[in-house]
Design a protein around this ligand. Structure first.
Ligand SMILES: N[C@@H](CCC(=O)N[C@@H](CS)C(=O)NCC(=O)O)C(=O)O
Length: 210
C-alpha cells in the first residue's frame, strides 16, 4: 500500500475535506503540519510542493498532488474504490456542481469573510469588520440555497451514500454554524438543516473536525 502524507493544518476546511475521505475509507496516512496563520505555507520549502502556498498538498510515494478536487478524486479511486463518487452520471455531475459552488462562491463568503471576521479576527485581538460580514451574507445565502436546490439532503447530500460533496460542505458548516449569521444563511434551506443534524454526528466528523 502506498504511503500517504497530507501536508496542512488540521484547522483548514480543505485539509478536513481530504481527511474526512481518508477517515471514512479507513486509510492510513500521516498529517504533516503546515501552518497557515504563521507563514509556514508561504515558505520556499512548502511552495516547492505547492506553488500557491495553499493547503492541503498530498504526497503519495514521492508524487505531489495539490488542489482538493484532484486530491479527493485520486484518493477516492485508490483508497476507496470510487465509493464516494456516484456512478450515476447526473448524480456525479451534481456532486461536482456542489464542490464547485463551495470552491467558487461559498468558501469566500462563508470562510474567508464571515468565519475569519467572526471567529479568527477577535481571537487575535482584532475588531470584526461588520460591513464585510454584512456584505457576505447575501452571497453565502445564495450558495447555500443553490446547494439546497440540488441536494436530497437525507441522510447525505446526494442520497443514501456519502460523497465527496459531503466532505466539501461539512467543514464549511462546522465553522459557519458557530457564527450568528448561520441562521440567516440557512433560513431557507431546511434540507441542509436536516442534513447537518445528521452528518454532524458522524464519527469521522468528530475525529477530524473536533
Ligand atoms: N484551491 C485550493 C484551495 C485551498 C485553500 O484555500 N486552503 C486554505 C486553507 S482552508 C489556505 O491554504 N489558506 C492559506 C492562504 O491562503 O494563505 C484547493 O482546492 O485545495
Amino acid at each position: 500500500m502506498a504511503t500517504i502524507t497530507v501536508y496542512g493544518t488540521p484547522v483548514s476546511t480543505y485539509v478536513r475535506t481530504v481527511r474526512l475521505l481518508l477517515e471514512e475509507a479507513s486509510a492510513e496516512y500521516d498529517l504533516k503540519s503546515v501552518g497557515i496563520f504563521n507563514g509556514e505555507n508561504d515558505s520556499s520549502e512548502y511552495r516547492a510542493k505547492n506553488p500557491f502556498g495553499k493547503v492541503p498538498t498530498l504526497e503519495v510515494d514521492g508524487e505531489l498532488l495539490y488542489e482538493t478536487a484532484a486530491i479527493t478524486d485520486y484518493l477516492d479511486t485508490v483508497v476507496a474504490s470510487n465509493k464516494f463518487s456516484p456512478s450515476n452520471p447526473l448524480s456525479k455531475a451534481r456532486m461536482r456542481q456542489i464542490m464547485a459552488i463551495v470552491d467558487s462562491y461559498f468558501y469566500s463568503s462563508a470562510i474567508t469573510t464571515i468565519v475569519i471576521q467572526r471567529l479568527i479576527v477577535p481571537n487575535q485581538g482584532g475588531k470584526t469588520d461588520e460591513d464585510a460580514v454584512k456584505n457576505a451574507i447575501a452571497p453565502a445565502k445564495t450558495a447555500a440555497e443553490a446547494i439546497e436546490s440540488l441536494t436530497v439532503g437525507s441522510p447525505y447530500l446526494l442520497g443514501s451514500e456519502l460523497s465527496i460533496a459531503d466532505f466539501y460542505l461539512i467543514p464549511i458548516f462546522i465553522y459557519l454554524s458557530q457564527t450568528p449569521e448561520f441562521d440567516a444563511i440557512t433560513a431557507q434551506t431546511p434540507k441542509l438543516r436536516t442534513w447537518w443534524d445528521q452528518v454532524n454526528k458522524l464519527k469521522s466528523v468528530n475525529q477530524v473536525c473536533a
